[in-house]
Design a binder for this molecule. Structure first.
Ligand code: IPD
Ligand code: CA
Ligand code: CA
Length: 275
């Protein structure tokens, strides 16, 4: 039995990561969730199955919210909930681009307690426990010290569903012109972990789900960064937009986002609109 929640999450993320690497060298078994852009593979399913089995064994009373739907609510209405993305970056995985990860976080009501983001291809492990700081491959990690957007490297992502309804292209263009650049790497969990590790100075995205962001949010908070919505309110899991920075460029990014939103309403994509 692991010593604590973080140790359990780490052990399980590494096991799931092994499955992803194994699946990467097999012929791709690809399916679509609805249309031809929202992909799901055998790797997503096998990874989730293992994570849910292992979490359930260690913590039978905890609820599990997992992306592919095989999690469960606890029978005793536990206040503990695991947020699981068994493969974040499925599109990258399906194309053999090794930017993908397992993302696992535990929340007690609305407080995040433990977080792990693991990229098994590069063996990169980002982890954090509330009040205990964040680490990258076992060493303390900290957000960057860059204090202006003009000298920052930023990152964002685009939704796979309702693409035409997303306002993000406008934000992407504007921030690209005002910074050293905006990367679009295709794994929100790795994007957030990269802010925590000081590789990126800031990240924003519309319409992410709790399993995409839960681990990354705690990594950034414990690494000294800041996570809100564009209005500056604390970010709520599953909220319409996330802004995550090294803290130093937070207000400048917010001001720029506000300026852009006056031209383009920052509305979340509506489910009724087509891709
Ligand atoms: C996706 C990735 C991507 C983000 C999408 C997510 P998935 O998750 O995190 O970076 O832009 O919005 O859906 O589908 O690969 O788990
Ligand atoms: Ca995801
Ligand atoms: Ca996923």
């Amino acid at each position: 039995m692991p010593k604590n929640y973080l140790e359990a999450a780490t052990e399980i993320a590494q096991e799931a990561g092994k499955i992803l690497v194994e699946e990467l060298s097999r012929p791709l078994d690809l399916h679509y969730k609805g249309d031809e852009v929202d992909l799901v593979t055998q790797a997503d399913k096998r990874s989730e199955k293992r994570i849910v089995e292992r979490l359930t064994k260690y913590f039978p009373d905890h609820a599990i919210a997992a992306e592919e739907g095989t999690g469960h609510e606890s029978s005793s209405a536990s206040e503990f909930r695991w947020h699981v993305d068994p493969l974040d970056g499925t599109t990258n995985f399906a194309h053999g681009y090794p930017c993908f990860c397992v993302s696992i976080a535990l929340a007690q009501r609305s407080t995040l307690l433990a977080a792990v983001v693991f990229n098994p291809f590069y063996n990169e492990l980002f982890s954090a426990a509330r009040g205990e700081g964040a680490t990258f491959n076992g060493k303390k990690m900290h957000v960057s010290k860059n204090s202006t957007v003009s000298t920052s490297l930023l990152c964002t992502g685009f939704p796979v569903r309702n693409r035409k309804a997303s306002p993000n292209l406008q934000y992407y263009g504007d921030f690209t012109q005002r910074s050293h650049g905006v990367r679009r790497d295709g794994s929100a969990a790795i994007d957030l972990a990269s802010v925590a590790a000081g590789r990126f100075d800031g990240f924003w995205e519309f319409g992410l789900k709790p399993w995409d962001t839960a681990a990354g949010v705690l990594l950034i908070e414990e690494a000294g960064g800041k996570v809100t919505d564009f209005a500056g309110n604390p970010y709520q899991l599953g909220g319409p937009v996330i802004l995550a920075t090294n803290r130093l460029i937070h207000e400048e990014m917010r001001a720029i986002a506000l300026e852009i939103s006056q031209r383009v309403p920052a509305a979340p994509p509506r489910p009724s609109e087509s891709a």
